[in-house]
Design a protein around this ligand. Sequence first.
Ligand code: IPM
Ligand code: MG
Length: 356
Amino acid sequence: MNKTITVIRGDGIGPEIVAEALKVLDKIAGKYGHSFTYQEILAGGCAIDAFGKSLPEESLQKCLDCDSVLLGAVGGPKWDGVAKEIRPEAALLGIRSAMGLYANLRPARLFPQLAEASPLKPEIVSKGIDLMMVRELIGGAYFGEHKTAEENGELRAHDDMTYGEHEIRRIAHTAFQTARKRGSRVVSVDKANVLDSSRLWRKVVHQVAEEYPDVACSDMLVDNTAMQLVKNPAQFDVIVTENLFGDILSDEASMVTGSIGMMASASLGEGSRGMYEPIHGSAPDIAGQNLANPIGTILSAAMMLRYSFDMAAEADDIEQAVNAVLDEGYRTGDIFSEGTKKVGCSEMGDLVAAHI
Ligand code: IPM
Ligand code: MG
């Protein structure tokens, strides 16, 4: 199969980790007879430096005109002072929205080899963690009206958190369909004891749940969910929630696995095209030093093969290669512990590629 992949290396460690994912994709292409064409674009801080804006028209067009997007990371303190419309984060939000990527899938899984890296007590971790966060990605407070204006002699800021029924319905379907392929349990997270947007969320999720009698569905308030994620993360299969809650809870879910550098994500819309990125940031403090962990990006590339290109065997191959390398005891600095073998970013990419 021929696929065109728009590649955004981005800022900080972005270029290093993406290079390793492409190494692995090339190996897959050779083994399975596929051809991947990479079209590189600038987005984020590097685009601000080059063009004065984080998402040039031409870059966005190439995201709309490809089979999927692979992104490293964008942003960094260097661009903290720029206007909000051209911030690196605005590029990410602009791409998500223009591509219609309403469903963000963030698997949080404890790799047994890395159990020691989890900050949770062994008796909690030993029950395992394997959950899928399904985060609504182009609605809620992120995309409601934002304004700061003078009111009664002081500044007042507004971020309108708003959801329409269709936005809730489609992400609920994603969650139930995802659950069917896993443990058939959905926990819908909201703040329905306070927020109208959450009360509507709950109502629509319950309507959609009736179409999936084979999937168990329950509600959980977001504050309680934050607590349950550290108390007993093994209870969760699929969590579905709105944009801002999902942003916060997905960092928490990944951290309890102990290895945010390992975590991948997929952002999907109506068609098969998606955007794939590790969930960690651009880590400017370690950029350019061959210290970053490329596995989150490599596993994101595997998700691209699985969800957008229908290449399940190829995706399995990558995931098994990562597992094998961990079994052999190779670790980047972020997941290193006594008795394991420390390697750099590019060596980790070589090792994974060598197992394919
Ligand atoms: C994420 C990030 C982004 C978000 C930022 C960089 C805009 O935190 O992908 O979770 O808040 O969605
Ligand atoms: Mg986030």
